[in-house]
Structures are given as structure tokens and as C-alpha cells.
Design a binder for this molecule. Structure first.
Ligand code: C2E
Ligand code: MG
Ligand code: MG
Length: 577
């Protein structure tokens, strides 16, 4: 397992002489290799050469005192300037190697016989001055054509060197290059990078179906993998049986586990290879930078080491602690599906009161999960899993339906709250029919739209696309209220606030906790109230537990309060009592 820090395949593009990775090499366009460097002094042939060249090329003329040469595709040099620039030209040619960088010399008829030999080490072609225009143009064009050909060949070769022939995926060289970059990004962003190696046992196919069969199987696996992975993930084929994958730096563990789950679905359907059904079950090993290793090569080593640990059907993390978290996620996910099917969720309600007179004005619906054994699970312990697996959509639709049904019942009784708030997550809003579903449920329970409030976090509001924001706008215009939950803990840009379709700001509990004696929290709370006033929004303070907090917040003109002081979240019967 000698994964040394492999030197990535890099090459130098003649045009800018900077090191770039080969995947950035695009096919050469019409305008490529058209920069001509002219090294000639005024007076001699310079004016004539400029006129000839300018028609077809971009002409570059360095300053007399220039210390280096700008990138070029062809140099045209007069003998009088040659010795001044000789060293620079040699260096430019060396930098371009193995790609041809032509230099053309302009010299007099007399010099052809006596001097030309002295220029051989740098010069590839010559023309005799005074130059014949069409001859000069032809020679320049030929040299540039040869250069373009060389550039194209290099790009092609680089592609071959960096890609797996069978699957056309990046190979280990290019993968290491990307991994090194990803590790650097993660270091700068001060975030984690999960590095995955997927092992798909194909060696036995070689025995039964030969090399051709093995190749077909590898292609089929790659196609499946690409189909289940988002585009931005760099998938590569590292060895015959191993594929490498780098989720973007900062991708959370829950999302990584979800990816693994999608990859492992490969095992569900057999591959069709040369008319045979072949079952493959991938195993996944994961290394984490910087937790497990401090550089790219060692992170890959960890992923491979994790892979060799067991024959598990679950992804294997190099780190024991992360392995534990991952198992928890996987088990939670399995049980969440069951919870939906077996109606193990309950909706609890917490009152919201007007601080001026403690009148109940609203209620927030909060989900609870009751395990078959009777234990209650708090949303904090399953929301991340529900969100990363997409289960949240079904859960939240159930919540919305139940909450509106409850509101409908209460409106036929006495003392109904004016409004019910439900929490909505990013995934919910992304659903194409989000707005329609909300409207349909309101209709079904004959609720006026303002009786419903949707609570979203700042992160959700800034994450969602313009299309999704439009859905919120539609609902807002329809009359539904929209609150920003946990306000102040995300990263809202205040300039955005007036463009969002919102009606309410909910001050996070973290600020309320010690608002009576923490000067910073007091300043933040004052600012939020001031903002709300200016944007004409309602302010709700969350997590009020003491009379002192309530008094203080009331003095700052916070409209509404929610917290244990007024009532814990409770099942419907208890809440109504
Ligand atoms: P949230 O929407 O900010 O809800 C407020 C949380 O603070 C609730 O926790 C509530 O029980 C708790 N809380 C309220 N007053 C007090 C107090 O005075 N002291 C303390 N210590 N806590 C208080 P819960 O119910 O555990 O919910 C946690 C989070 O889970 C919610 O934060 C919300 O983001 C999410 N959530 C809850 N239900 C749903 C749901 O149906 N759908 C979605 N998408 N998310 C939900
Ligand atoms: Mg909430
Ligand atoms: Mg909150």
C-alpha cells in the first residue's frame, strides 16, 4: 500500500507558462497560438514586419528594458536584437518543452551564408530582408500550425495519461492531484474533508468472463456510480477494483453517509455483463482530513486501511468515533422509515403569548418521536438524518397536515389561538409542489391563510434559489405568515431582509438566556427589535424561562414570548387544558 505523495501530472501551457492541471486543457480554439513576439529595432525592418503581422496576429513587443518575455506562440527576431534576447528565448523554449515554440530570424542575404549557423541552437526558420510579404506570411503560418498541432497532441496525451482507458474516468494520477487541491482547500476553509474509496469486487469476473468482461463490468459500475453521484464530486478509478471519491470540503457527515447509502444501492440490481447477471456489493472506506491524517496521501491510506478492516456492508470510517456516529445515523435512518410507516410521530404544542398582557396569541407545533418502547426522541436527535435522507419532506407534510387539522378543531371550540406555527426545512421548500400543498391543506381545513405561520431558519432563507424563494413569495401574497427562526444565529445579511417575504423575527433562545445581565445579548436584542420596527415585523422571543427575562424583553417592546415560563411543549390534550 505504497501511496506516496504521487507527483501529479501537470503540464505547462505554452500560452501562459503557468502550471495547470491537465483537466483544464480545453480543445484549442481558432484564436489559440496567434501571439507573435516581435524583437526588432525601429528603423530596420520593424515597421514593415509590424504591418505584415498585424493583419493576422496579435503582435507583442517587449520594452527594451524588460526582464522577461510575455507568453507568445512565435518569435520573429532581427539579427540586431538577437543577442540581447537570446537567453530569454532559450528559456522560453525550454519552459515549453516538449511542445514546439518557434523562433524565426530575419536576416540579410549576405548573412545567410556566413552567420546563420551561429543561430541554429535557438532559431527554427529564417526569412531574408527586405522580406517578401507573402513568403513571410506563409512561413509564419506554417510555424504556428506546427505549434498548434504540438499543443493539441500534448493535450491529447495528457488526457490519456490522466484517465482510465476503459471507463474514461480520471485515474489515480489526476485523482491525487484533485485530492491534494481538496486538502489545501479544506485547510484554508478550516473544515473537514471526507475521502472515500469504493471497493467493488470485480476480480472474479476476470476469471469467468476474461478481460473484456472485466472492462464491461468496470464501465457498467462507473455509469451507475456517476448516476447516483452529483456532478461536482470527483469520481476516479484508482485501480481495477477501486474507485475514489472526494465530496466537497465541508460536506457534513450526514450527507456523506447518505452518499454511501446511494452507492451501496449498486448491490440491489445486478449488472448485465456480456449477457450475464452479475451481483456486486461495494464496500466503502473513508478517511478524514485533518482528523485521521495531515496530508492527501495519508488520508487516502486511511481510507484504504478502513476498507481492509471488515467485510461490512456499512461504510467503514478509519476513525472509531466517526464510525460510531455513522452507525447511529444509519440505524436512525432505518428506524425513521419505520416510524413514518407505523405512525410513531406525535405533534406537541407550545403557546406563544403577548408580553403586554400574557394573552395567548399563537402556538408552535413541535414534533416528537415516540419509540415503540415508549421513549421520546427529541427532534434535535433525528432532524439531521431526516434532512440528509430527504425523509423530512414526508415528516413535515405530516406535521403541516396535523397542525392544520388541530387548528381547525380548536377554531370550533373556545379560546382558539390566532395562529399556528410550523417549522419548515430547506428540503421542504425545494419540493416543486411546496406552495400548492400548503394552500391545499389550508383549504381542506378551511383556515384563513394568516392563521398559519411557516418558520424557516436564516440558513434556509439564504440557501434557497430564486425559484424557491418565489414559492415563499406566493404563499406570503396568499396571506401566510413567514418567520425567521433562531434569528441572529445564522449569517443573514441585513440588506437582504427587506427583500424576503417575512412577517416575524424569532430571537433565538441563546440571546434570551442571560439577557438580563449580558450586555452583548442586550445589545443584540435591542438591535433586533429596532430592525423589526423598521421593517414592520413582529418580534417573538424564544426560550423565556424566568419572569425577569419576560419583564426585560417587555421593556424592550418585544411583542411576543414563548418558553417554559408560559408552557412547555405538550401533547394536544394537555396543551388545551
Ligand atoms: P425551534 O423551532 O427553534 O423550536 C424551539 C425549541 O426550543 C423547541 O425544541 C422547544 O421545545 C424548545 N424550547 C421552547 N421553550 C424553551 C425554554 O423555555 N427553554 C428551553 N430550554 N427550551 C425551550 P424542540 O422541540 O426540541 O425542537 C428543536 C428544533 O427542532 C426546533 O427548534 C426546530 O428547528 C426543529 N423542529 C421541531 N419540530 C420540527 C418539525 O416538525 N419540522 C422541522 N423541520 N423541524 C422541527
Ligand atoms: Mg421553530
Ligand atoms: Mg428557534
Amino acid at each position: 500500500m505504497a501511496h506516496r505523495n504521487t507527483v501529479p501530472w501537470v503540464c505547462w501551457r505554452g500560452s501562459n507558462s503557468s502550471v495547470i492541471s491537465t483537466e483544464e486543457l480545453t480543445p484549442l480554439d481558432e484564436n489559440a497560438s496567434k501571439r507573435v513576439l516581435l524583437l526588432a529595432r525601429s528603423g530596420g525592418n520593424r515597421e514593415q514586419l509590424v504591418t505584415h503581422l498585424q493583419r493576422r496576429y496579435e503582435v507583442i513587443e517587449p520594452d527594451e528594458a524588460a526582464l522577461s518575455l510575455a507568453p507568445f506562440d512565435l518569435a520573429v527576431v532581427e539579427t540586431t536584437s538577437f543577442w540581447q534576447w537570446r537567453q530569454h528565448l532559450m528559456e522560453a523554449k525550454r519552459r515549453e518543452e516538449p511542445v514546439f515554440l518557434p523562433v524565426m530570424l530575419v536576416l540579410s542575404q549576405r548573412d545567410v551564408r556566413h552567420k546563420l549557423k551561429a543561430f541554429w541552437d535557438v532559431v527554427d526558420e529564417f526569412v531574408v530582408a527586405p522580406v517578401n510579404r507573402s513568403e513571410f506570411a506563409e512561413r509564419a503560418a506554417m510555424l504556428l500550425r506546427t505549434r498548434r498541432l504540438a499543443l493539441t497532441q500534448r493535450a491529447h496525451l495528457a488526457y490519456l495519461v490522466n484517465h482510465d482507458r476503459a471507463t474514461d474516468l480520471p485515474n489515480k494520477h489526476l485523482f491525487m492531484d484533485r485530492l491534494i487541491n481538496a486538502v489545501r482547500d479544506a485547510a484554508v476553509l478550516d473544515t473537514k474533508l471526507y475521502m472515500m474509496v469504493i471497493h467493488i469486487p470485480l476480480a472474479r469476473i476476470l476469471k469467468s468472463l476474461g478481460h473484456h468482461g472485466l472492462e464491461r463490468a468496470a464501465i457498467a459500475c462507473s455509469v451507475r456510480l456517476k448516476a447516483v453521484l452529483a456532478e461536482e464530486l470527483s469520481l476516479a478509478r484508482l485501480t481495477t477494483e477501486e474507485w475514489g471519491l472526494i465530496p466537497r470540503p465541508g460536506t457534513p457527515l450526514d450527507v456523506v453517509i447518505e452518499l454511501c447509502r446511494r452507492i451501496q444501492k449498486l448491490a440491489e440490481e445486478p449488472l448485465m455483463v456480456l449477457g450475464e447477471h452479475i451481483h456486486v456489493s461495494p464496500r466503502i472506506g473513508i478517511g478524514i482530513y485533518p482528523d485521521d491524517a495531515s496530508n492527501a496521501a495519508n488520508t487516502l491510506d486511511c481510507a484504504i486501511a478502513a476498507l481492509s478492516q471488515t467485510k461490512a456492508e456499512q461504510p467503514v470510517f478509519y476513525s472509531r468515533t466517526v464510525q460510531h456516529q455513522a452507525l447511529r445515523h444509519i440505524r436512525t435512518e432505518a428506524r425513521l422509515h419505520q416510524a413514518l410507516d407505523e405512525a410513531q410521530f406525535e405533534l406537541w404544542y407550545q403557546p406563544q403569548v403577548r408580553l403586554s398582557d400574557r394573552q395567548q396569541v399563537g402556538v408552535e407545533a413541535l414534533i416528537r418521536w415516540r419509540l415503540p418502547g415508549g421513549a421520546l426522541v427529541s427532534p434535535k436527535d433525528f432532524m439531521a438524518v431526516a434532512e440528509s435522507t430527504g425523509l423530512i419532506r414526508d415528516i413535515d407534510r405530516w406535521v403541516l397536515d396535523r397542525a392544520c387539522a388541530a387548528m381547525h378543531r380548536w377554531r370550533n371550540e373556545h379560546d382558539a389561538p390566532k395562529r399556528i406555527s410550523v417549522n419548515v426545512s430547506t428540503e421542504d421548500i425545494k419540493a416543486a409542489d411546496f406552495a400548492e400543498v400548503v394552500v391545499r391543506i389550508l383549504d381542506q381545513y378551511q383556515l384563513p391563510p394568516p392563521t398559519l405561520e411557516l418558520e424557516l431558519t436564516e440558513t434556509t432563507l439564504f440557501e434557497i434559489s430564486a425559484d424557491n424563494l418565489a414559492k415563499l413569495n406566493t404563499l406570503r401574497e396568499y396571506g401566510v405568515s413567514v418567520a425567521i427562526d433562531d434569528f441572529g444565529t445564522g449569517y443573514s445579511s441585513l440588506s437582504y431582509l427587506h427583500r424576503l417575504p417575512i412577517t416575524t423575527l424569532k430571537i433565538d433562545k441563546a440571546f434570551v438566556d442571560d439577557v438580563t445581565h449580558n450586555l452583548t445579548n442586550q445589545a443584540i436584542t435591542r438591535t433586533i427589535v429596532w430592525l423589526a420596527k423598521n421593517f414592520n415585523l413582529e418580534v417573538v422571543a424564544e426560550g423565556i424561562e424566568t419572569v425577569a427575562q419576560a419583564r426585560y424583553l417587555k421593556s424592550l417592546e418585544v411583542h411576543t414570548g414563548q418558553g417554559f415560563l408560559y408552557g412547555h411543549p405538550a401533547p394536544e390534550a394537555l396543551f388545551r387544558r
